[in-house]
Design a protein around this ligand. Structure first.
Ligand code: ATP
Length: 222
């Protein structure tokens, strides 16, 4: 993309932030964090209404907050996720990483753990967990440590973990999600078909690869 649609036209944080209410600055962090997780899901564009919906506020509030710093959105198109995140980070002068763990280091999980691309996008893959960490380690082509699932609490207490990726069998997912919720993990990227019952504050996104393939197969000419 050659143009930078969400670059602020007037948003000098140096001069502007003094007049910005503290509550707005707090919400900027929420926007930035949400944008990071959207990037993780390969979502490139988002409307103010959708941003607001995901954070429990309305579109007008989102637009008003961001307008404090300049003109970011494109009318009718919304915000470009990556651009807006970069701009918000500049404003906040923060470079907070998103800290991720993965649970269930089978075929899919080990492929994800072996993939180095997340780091470039600001995601730190901290650790993997599995019921059989010895077998799991042999599948992973990266230096990421794999621990026993029994040690989940021991490893996570006192640590900031933002997102847990679940690539366990479906029948193991709920029990793990409940443990993650108790540990204060904020979001789950769930690759299992199991619908998770977790507290409302927790974000859950479902990735069903078979469903996506089935959906695409509808459009494929035979
Ligand atoms: P995939 O589904 O990724 O192809 P797979 O077919 O090799 O993996 P699954 O039975 O789906 O194996 O399990 C995925 C991984 O989850 C395995 O490595 C397994 O050891 C691990 N696992 C199973 N139950 C649990 C659990 N309760 N907690 C953590 N890991 C688990």
């Amino acid at each position: 993309m050659s143009e930078s649609p969400s670059s602020p036209t007037s948003g000098d944080p140096e001069n502007g932030s003094r007049k910005i209410p503290a509550a707005v600055i707090k919400r900027l962090s929420l926007y930035a964090r949400l944008l990071q997780s959207l990037e993780f899901q390969n979502i490139t564009r988002i409307s103010s209404a959708e941003l607001g919906r995901r954070l429990g506020m309305n579109a007008a509030q989102v637009r008003k907050d961001l307008a404090c710093f300049g003109q970011f959105g494109v009318p009718g198109l919304g915000y470009y996720v990556a651009d807006l995140r970069v701009q918000l980070r500049k404003i906040l002068r923060s470079d907070s990483e998103v800290r991720v763990i993965l649970i269930g280091v089978g075929n899919l999980g080990s492929a994800l753990l072996s993939y180095g691309g997340f780091l470039k996008q600001g995601f730190t893959m901290l650790w993997g967990f599995d019921v059989d960490p010895v077998a799991a380690r042999s599948r992973v082509r990266s230096a990421i440590e794999i621990f026993s699932i029994d040690d989940l609490e021991k490893r996570l207490i006192g640590q900031q973990v933002d997102i847990a990726v679940l690539t366990v069998p479906a029948d193991a997912a709920q029990a793990i999600a409940t443990r993650l919720a108790a540990l204060g993990v904020q979001a789950i990227l769930n690759f299992t078909p199991s619908r998770l019952d977790v507290p409302k504050v927790m974000q859950v996104r479902y990735v069903d690869l078979a469903l996506e393939l089935e959906n695409l197969s509808y459009y494929v000419q035979s």
